[in-house]
Design a protein around this ligand. Structure first.
Ligand code: SF4
Ligand code: SF4
Length: 303
């Protein structure tokens, strides 16, 4: 077994659902795509995405002498969904914050690699939000769909991504070709017209509006957001490649047992603390969640 195969086998043993390897090199085409997206202002108020442009587009600047990027995927499709009428939380956020879960597993993979060979390496999860998908595509793990998401041919797009960049030379996987064909289901399903082919305008995206956006959400969007409380899965749910999504097997991604039966009319700060401690919802914070919840419940009352 080659070292590359041993690393992939170890990644699966640690609970990742897929692992591929890309060459660490300048992502020239992707840098141009990112620059165009930033120039359009599609990153909204996430100005941190403008920082460290050179590092984002070249893994060799993140780890000196890097030769390979090991990319892992973790399926997060839940076994049980919230009731249709409940204020909706994006599926990736049902359980513990995935950053902790992926980093913990990646550190175990790092320890394994360090035992096998002398190398320098670093682990990443969501440190370069746009280019992680590009690296996954280069590592043969799928293609970037018109939704802007990575689509794995069997896992679909309910996948979280992590990377380990190393100075080890490894065997590189072959990038996959795009397989969206003539489908435009994700673009049609987007409630706020945030999506054009391969590009998300964060200014209009419900994920951004309910998580990162700090001001009041404009009426133009609230009228179209339905009962989405935190994040949005509309473009994922519409994708035919997700129709056969299988439930994940990661205990930490399981929701708090009360989440699926919660009486949202009595949601309080203590409920928030109890149900969402160490979850991605902490990023938005109680006040933002409560403000959005009140809008949703008010709408329900007025129905
Ligand atoms: S997450 Fe929702 S709002 Fe954002 S692009 Fe997808 S469907 Fe549109
Ligand atoms: S919904 Fe269709 S166009 Fe959009 S990502 Fe999925 S396959 Fe591609």
């Amino acid at each position: 077994m080659s070292l590359s195969d041993e690393i992939k086998a170890k990644a699966l043993q640690l609970g990742f659902d897929a692992c591929g390897i890309a060459k660490a090199e300048l992502l020239a085409d992707d840098a141009r795509t990112l620059q165009t997206w930033l120039n359009k202002g599609y990153h909204a108020n996430m100005s941190y995405l403008e920082n460290h442009f050179d590092k984002r587009t070249n893994p060799q600047l993140l780890v000196h002498g890097a030769q390979s990027v090991i990319v892992v995927l973790l399926n997060y499709f839940p076994a049980q969904l919230q009731p249709e009428s409940a204020p909706k939380i994006a599926k990736y956020a049902y359980g513990k914050d995935y950053h902790f879960i992926i980093k913990d597993k990646l550190k175990q993979l790092q320890a394994f690699i360090d035992e096998q060979a002398q190398n320098e390496n670093m682990v990443f999860c969501d440190s370069a939000p746009v280019l992680e998908r590009r690296l996954a595509q280069r590592a043969g793990l799928g293609w970037i769909g018109k939704s802007g998401l990575l689509i794995h041919p069997t896992l679909g797009s309910y996948c979280l991504i992590g990377e380990l960049i190393t100075t080890l030379p490894l065997d590189y996987d072959t990038p996959q070709k795009e397989r969206c064909g003539t489908c435009t289901a994700c673009i049609k399903a987007c409630p706020t017209e945030a999506l054009s082919a391969y590009e998300v305008n964060a200014n209009r995206c419900i994920s951004y509006l309910t998580i990162e956006h700090r001001d009041t959400i404009s009426d133009e969007f609230t009228s179209r957001m339905g009962n989405r409380l935190f994040g949005c899965d509309a473009c994922l749910d519409a994708c035919p490649w997700n129709k056969k999504a299988k439930a994940h097997h990661t205990a930490e991604l399981q929701p708090h047992e009360q989440l699926l039966t919660l009486d949202w009319a009595h949601f309080s700060r203590s409920t928030f603390k109890q149900l969402f401690k160490h979850s991605a919802l902490e990023r938005a914070g109680y006040q933002k969640i409560k403000k959005r919840l009140d809008v949703i419940l008010q709408k329900d009352i007025n129905k």
